[in-house]
Design a protein around this ligand. Sequence first.
Ligand code: PMP
Length: 434
Amino acid sequence: MKPSTDLNDALMARARQVIPGGVNSPVRAFRAVGGTPRFVQRAHGAYFWDANDQRYIDYIGSWGPMILGHGHPAVLEAVQKAATEGFSFGAPTEREIELAEEILSLVPSMEMLRLVSSGTEAGMTAIRLARGATGRSKILKFEGCYHGHADALLVKAGSGLATFGNPTSAGVPPEVVQHTLVLEYNNVAQLEEAFALHGADIAGLIIEPIAGNMNFVRATPEFTRRARELCTQHGALLIYDEVMTGCRVALGSAQSVYARLIPGFEPDITVMGKVIGGGMPLAAFGGKRAVMEQLAPLGPVYQAGTLSGNPVATACGLATLREIKQPGFFDELSRKTRRLVDGLGAAAQAAGVPFSADCEGGMFGFFLLPELPQNYGQVMKTDGERFNRLFHGLLQRGVYIAPALYEAGFVSAAHTDADIYATIAAAAEVFKSL
Ligand code: PMP
């Protein structure tokens, strides 16, 4: 299948000369799975074509944003029109208001929001806002959750609950993460202990409600309920990082899924990204009016951005949200995603491969483990070698899933049932060889 002159290899060799590791975001380099990354030449619908003009069914979709598939006609038209009117003004536009109104109507726990250009910026500022609004310093986060690469969030667990975390990146001084405590996901006892020890100093708790950065792990309803109660009781803000899950697992995002299980459930601050920008650099954070009015220019918490609320990005986001709001959109997307996950499960079972999977809306995850994991430690029990063979087997058959076992997958409205069946058939072949 591999052509004698592989143009991906050639591009990677060239890229390595000018870009560290050849990529502009580490996971793209295929370091975990080995082999050469596919350089994308163009994409359409559910597919992209690499430098060799090889077609792949795309289950990454730019890591979540492409919920309509690539090049949706209505989105393309909106982006083209916006581009002709101007790329960036650094002054307010009506479209920013429209997008803010649209997002707030979908996620009513937020009364106000601010638009930024990346999930990292949104998460970083949400933390600053929680600290500014409470006058406290400490932050709780969970092992296996990713909230962007702001210094204070690049942390792994310290030696115990009384001690705060250690940096996961060089260049982050220990002093910078001394207020970040890292706990085990879904561990209610640890959560209670952390609040008992530090409650009066905790500004906020940040969590991915369905963690897509350890593949796909749901917070249990009990854990979610306790997190909400403890934050309220101790005056800390509950920050939902819905950069990945926002308008992806449901129109109302993951918080709407939990609100069905826990009546009245709401986070205090929500961080959004990916789908709300439809593939353009756009993210947001929002919450109750009183908290949001702490931001500059009204309040003392500083935040700014040259390209924030970019007119082309907001056009792309608005057009995307208008499509996903159509009646039945999420029912159909969920049905397809469920069909994929069930089909993969049946194929794995037929081949005797240990397998478990879960999905919500257009987001899914699967594990080469007999049972769904509950936390990062359990996720990492996956046989990495076996996952890599699965990844490359699928890639050779024209199916592109995330090149790391701790990443989620995404189905778009452009995936047809035929694409789903072709994927299951490809996986059935690969499972037999695992
Ligand atoms: N939060 C979550 C949950 C994410 O998945 C990501 C990125 N995958 C981020 C924050 C950071 O977003 P960005 O890459 O746009 O900075």
